[in-house]
Design a protein around this ligand. Structure first.
Ligand code: CP3
Length: 342
């Protein structure tokens, strides 16, 4: 199938494109009234994630509403622990909660290395449906959490400012942490390979809790496993690594076979360019810039675009779009990128 709009794919391969492609992390979700309407009819978030036809519908909503250059499959990083035997709940207005958490070697032993078709078949089916429905309009992005971020939720049981239980495990029981990370990594590699077989044309690894680790721990407990994922996936598709808060890890990422490095808004694109070689950079507008007036959104977007000059760029925010953002301002962001000719 030929892709009608392949700007994102070409930029993700390191090519310089006639204009900068643009999409948003969390573009499928609560910013869109059509998402909230569909979601309100269901028992909860999990029903949406686990019903392939609905997940596909929600994946395509921002392509219609925002006219972005890529679709990201509607799912969650927490489907991986779920598939390994540690189920999550999504508590309304509070976020994820794991009724059981990983505390001991016995808990790690009980986890399975998930079989993608058997335990994550609903995501693969959503990808297949989405791919057919998109009919080549824009490329389809698959994703998974980085093993460290998944461990953080499995050990902590919920979101946290400190993730002190998870970080504590790295000091108290490093060998156990590595065993858990190995199991998560094996599951994640098989899962991402299956996503590619089901239609994902690029994969992104989200390390949302990268920034809470000291750099040495990050190298040992996160980059090492991200490297294994990149090595397994890079022969199949372009891989994007987005590690929030881990500005000091860019040099290590530059040596990995990933093609694109995602930046959060704390990072200086020009400084990253200097150490990231010929990688494509993705990001990095502060999501709060979208709270401004139309003119302010436009000015902030142009300032961001100029900072990425000098190499391939995929425009995005520096993290997921906040749910209370006005979709009209998201359109201003998208349109400003599309009109810009650096
Ligand atoms: O559009 C897209 O980006 C695709 C969908 C997507 C979701 N989650 C849907 C979602 C993606 C890529 C994710 C990844 C994800 N999930 C991450 C990594 C990216 C990041 O934001 O750092 C993380 C850490 C999670 C875990 C998670 N899921 C949390 C902490 C929460 C609650 C916070 C919140 O925003 O409410 C979720 C729930 C979630 N995942 C929602 C959506 C649209 C909101 C749930 C709802 O509709 O009620």
């Amino acid at each position: 199938m030929t892709i009608k709009n392949d700007l994102y794919l070409r930029a993700a391969r390191g090519e310089t494109t006639e204009r900068t492609p643009v999409w948003l992390m969390r573009q499928a979700g609560r910013i869109l009234p059509e998402y909230r309407a569909l979601r309100a009819r269901l028992s909860g978030f999990k029903e949406l994630v686990e019903t392939p036809e609905l997940a596909a519908e929600v994946t395509i909503q921002p392509i219609d509403a925002l006219d972005v250059d890529a679709a990201i499959i509607f799912s969650d990083i927490l489907v991986v622990p779920d598939a390994m035997g540690l189920p999550y709940e999504m508590v309304e207005a509070r976020g994820p909660l794991f009724p059981n958490v990983i505390k001991s070697a016995a808990d790690v032993d009980k986890l399975r290395i998930a079989d993608p078709e058997e335990h994550l078949g609903y995501v693969l089916e959503a990808l297949r449906i989405t791919k057919r429905a998109l009919n080549g309009r824009v490329p389809l992005i698959g994703f998974a959490g980085a093993p460290w971020t998944i461990l953080a939720y499995m050990v902590e049981g919920h979101g946290s400012k400190t993730f002190s239980k998870a970080r504590g495990m790295l000091y108290r029981e490093p060998a156990l942490a590595h065993r858990l990370l190995e199991k998560i990594t094996a599951t994640t590699i098989a899962y991402l390979q299956a996503q590619v077989a089901a239609g994902a044309q690029v994969v992104q690894v989200f390390d949302s809790w990268a920034g809470i680790l000291p750099p040495a721990h990050y190298a040992e407990f996160s980059t090492r496993y991200i490297a294994q994922i990149c090595a397994a996936l890079a022969p199949l598709v372009s891989v994007t690594v987005f590690a929030k808060g881990a500005w000091w890890a860019v040099e290590d990422f530059a040596a990995l076979p990933c093609r694109t490095i995602g930046l959060d808004w704390n990072q200086d694109p020009a400084a990253v360019r200097r150490v990231a070689g010929d990688k494509t950079l993705q990001g990095n507008l502060d999501p709060c810039a979208l709270y401004g007036t139309r003119d302010q959104v436009k000015a902030a977007t142009l300032a961001m675009l100029r900072q990425f000059a000098g190499g391939p760029h995929i425009a995005n925010l520096g993290h997921g779009v906040y749910p209370d953002t006005d979709p009209d301002n998201v359109r201003v962001f998208v349109d400003t990128v599309k009109e810009w000719r650096g």
